[in-house]
Design a protein around this ligand. Structure first.
Ligand code: GLN
Ligand code: ZN
Length: 762
């Protein structure tokens, strides 16, 4: 018999109940007991939903109040001294590690652990500091507790936890740790704690555990066979049956050692990498390994093609036999919303394309059923829906397809090289040396949010809403003039979100009402969904930029989100490549850029904060990605004359390994986040002889702290030591939308004062 499983499920609760409960607890409006009560109900709701969908193997231990990597650190007793010193309750210590805590009246002031992207998803884990002195002890066995909790409800589960190698690869090395130390050095100290945890599970009657080792899909793992061998030879004898999972990519050469590990099963991501199946099946055939086929995507929101998945699974079954095969999700379903059943505004046709976590569980179950000879109604309906979706895809926008097919080399290039453009732009913009500017958004005040909410509910008309936003733009422009900034922005008050705003105005996107997905902690996002070819029915931002420009003699900078970022922060289509989707977006943006220039806008910024984070996990895939990503940016920005200054902005600025691509963007000006790092990150610009203009952020916008003029002067002086002074522009790290007005006013006037000083000094 083929069995079914899923690797994990959203932790946010229906109606975002976990977010509401933790935030209410943080605000002191509810007690720890009340929070735990909500958590318990959500766990029950999750198990029942998976069970009721007909899935055989239900996960437990994957629930979290904030982040599951943080849970592991906390459960292993890794609580850095700075948190211990605050003398908080265990729950508050846990939250302080995740999000920091400040309560000056009580003398509490501790910063959060660092956060980092989880593989190539848009989820972020909390990376607790580890150093040579880190000790592990089993603080609490969450996997056991949740297993028993489910058991009491009559549901037998498969506990889930990160494997030791993935755990140590994801956590952070403490700043004060010696240079040669890496957290993986702690492996020998960690293995006994895992043994203890797994022994307790076994003693409680747990039959099988799921150990997530997604680190197996990165290149480095291919050299870590000995470590994996050591870990699993130590754990397997004391643990329940172990299935190792490998989401987010292909196992590659690692199969050579994986096939010999003394574990029960191995899981593959066959949504992302279906081609790896044959090789893996051939490798494990002579062994006893059980194979778990991750065919139902945990990453996208598309209905699974069950017929195709069945065909794939049958290939494995033919070689291994049905008893050695389980069908499963490609990763935890945490990256998908909970259910399509609550979406009331999508059409029946749109709903027939989609599958969120609950529906994915039903798919996995139906697939196992079909493989066992019981084709269900759901399976039949699925075949029809997939055929209808294909038909829809075929009839999409031929004009867009033709335009992408006809992209020329010429369209990827500005008319002249940077040096010539620079002269033209100097005349056109007439900016001083060390020009000052900002990254785009200004504080999103309560008035703005209230107006937007009212407009959303139909309580004010479009005209009233736009008037309110115009008033906001006016005050932002007045403020910048008064403060003495050189290159102005309109402040982006009309934007709910830098991706959604564009998605809503483009053809080809749909939006859910309740399709929330956890980004980190209590921050959930509702990514737009690309469903068909993308085009721009009419200008999107011209009205706002032109209005702002009409209020001032100073140049106004237009503000767009780039094609790669729009795509990376949406759910992309699965039927055509990301490259094609990105180019469709780029062409739509190209028209917008041209329209802005025609409307008298002399500088246009195309933000690409997601270009770096979209990098594939395996180096062999980088070139392909970087080629189309950079081409997309160039395509969107190269339709204008030389005298238009093209800006781009990146939030995370660790460009060491992809620097040539940053250069190839050929933006006239880039602004990068730099204030928190020491200026080492500028060395790479220097060593490559970067010749375009650059604005390393001079202060951190993530904190309300106001930098003094002197601090900013020192920062500029330090920058001018590394880079030619005449290439430098002066700006904050990122947009100001999360800041208050008061600190923004003070910070920016200090910034202007520092730039004036620089003009006289250099
Ligand atoms: N222009 C955007 C802003 O200022 C850029 C945001 C970002 O880089 N994440 O808000
Ligand atoms: Zn930014």
């Amino acid at each position: 018999m083929v069995k079914s499983a899923v690797l994990g499920y959203p932790r946010i609760g229906t109606n975002r109940s976990v977010k509401k409960a933790v935030e209410s607890y943080w605000a002191g409006k509810s007690t720890a007991e009340q929070l735990q009560e909500v958590a318990k109900n959500v766990r029950k709701e999750r198990w029942e939903s998976i069970k009721n969908a007909g899935v055989d193997t239900v996960p437990s231990g994957d629930f979290t109040l904030y982040d599951h990597l943080l849970d592991h650190s906390f459960n292993f007793g890794v609580i850095p001294e700075r948190y211990v010193a605050q003398n908080l309750t265990p729950l508050d210590t846990y939250f302080a590690m995740g999000r920091g805590r400040q309560d000056r009246s009580k003398g509490i002031d501790v910063v959060a652990s660092e956060m980092g992207k989880f593989f190539d998803s848009n989820y972020h884990v909390v990376k607790v500091d580890h150093s040579p002195s880190t000790e592990f002890k089993l603080n609490q066995n969450q996997q056991l507790a949740e297993y028993e909790e489910a058991k009491a409800l009559g549901i037998t589960t498969r506990p889930v936890l990160f494997g030791p190698i993935t755990y140590l690869s994801l956590v952070r090395k403490a700043n004060n740790a010696p240079a040669e130390f890496q957290p993986l050095d702690l492996l020998d100290k960690l293995i006994p704690v895992y043994s203890e945890l797994l022994k307790q599970l076994k003693a409680a009657g747990v039959e099988e555990v799921q150990i997530d080792e997604p680190i197996l899909v990165v290149d480095k793992a291919e050299t870590q066979g000995d470590l994996f061998k050591k870990v699993y030879e130590a754990l397997a004898p004391v643990a329940p049956k172990i299935t190792i999972t490998t989401a987010y990519g292909r196992v590659g050469k690692s199969i050579e050692f994986l096939k010999d590990l003394p574990v029960y099963g191995l899981h593959l991501d066959l949504d992302r990498e279906p081609k790896q199946l044959d090789e893996v099946v051939a490798a494990i055939k002579p062994t006893k390994l059980h194979l778990e086929l991750g065919v139902v995507s945990g990453r996208n929101i598309w209905k699974n093609d069950l017929k195709a998945s069945k065909d794939l699974a049958e290939k494995a079954i033919a070689e291994l036999g049905a008893d050695r095969v389980t069908v499963s999700s490609s990763s935890s379903l945490l990256h998908t919303p909970i259910s399509i059943k609550v979406e009331t505004k999508l059409t029946p046709q749109q709903l027939s394309w989609l599958s969120f976590a609950t529906e994915k569980c039903e798919e996995v179950a139906a697939l196992a059923g079909a493989l066992n000879g019981k084709e269900s109604e759901l399976f039949e309906q699925n075949t029809k829906d997939i055929a209808a979706r294909r038909e829809f895809e075929r009839t999409s926008d031929s004009a867009v397809r033709d335009r992408v097919a006809g992209i020329t080399e010429e369209q990827l290039k500005r008319k002249s090289p940077f040096a010539a453009r620079r002269e033209a732009q100097k005349k056109h913009l007439n900016l001083p040396k060390f020009p000052t500017t900002t990254i785009g958004s200004f504080p999103q005040t309560k008035e703005i949010r209230v107006a937007r909410a009212k407009f959303g509910k139909g309580e004010i008309t479009q005209e009233e809403y736009e008037k309110a936003m115009e008033k906001e733009v006016q005050s932002v422009v007045e403020f910048q003039e008064k403060t003495g900034l050189d290159l102005l922005v309109h402040g982006e008050p009309e934007r709910n979100d830098m991706v959604q705003y564009f998605g809503e105005q483009l053809n080809g996107f749909i939006f859910t009402q309740l399709g929330w997905v956890q980004s980190y902690g209590s921050r959930y996002v509702r990514p737009p969904i690309v469903v068909s070819d993308v085009s721009r029915p009419s200008p999107m931002t011209v009205r706002w930029s032109a209005y702002a420009q009409s209020l001032t003699q100073k140049p106004m900078k237009g503000m767009l989100t780039g094609p790669v970022t729009i795509l990376n922060w949406s759910f992309p289509r699965a039927d055509i490549s990301k490259e094609v989707q990105s180019k469709q977006l780029a062409l739509a943006l190209r028209d917008e850029v041209v329209d802005l220039a025609n409307a008298g806008i002399k500088a246009i910024q195309v933000d690409e904060p997601a270009i770096r984070e979209g990098l594939p996990l395996r180096k062999a895939d980088w070139d392909n990605y970087l080629t189309w990503a950079v081409d997309s940016f160039r395509l969107s920005t190269s339709g204008v004359e030389d005298d238009i200054q093209v800006h781009s902005h990146f939030c995370y600025s660790d460009f060491g390994d992809i620097f040539p691509s940053i250069q190839r963007l050929d933006a006239d000006v880039i602004s990068i986040e730099a204030s928190k790092a020491d200026l080492k990150l500028l060395d790479v610009f220097k060593s490559y002889g970067y010749s375009n203009e650059i604005g390393p952020g001079v202060y951190d916008i993530h904190s309300p702290r106001v930098p003094s003029a002197q601090e900013i002067k020192d920062r500029i002086a330090a920058m001018a030591k590394v880079l030619p002074a005449d290439l430098l522009i002066v700006n904050p790290d990122c947009g100001l939308k999360t800041r208050g007005w008061k600190e923004t006013e003070e910070s920016l006037s200090n910034l202007v004062e520092a730039a004036r000083w620089a003009r006289e000094t250099y």
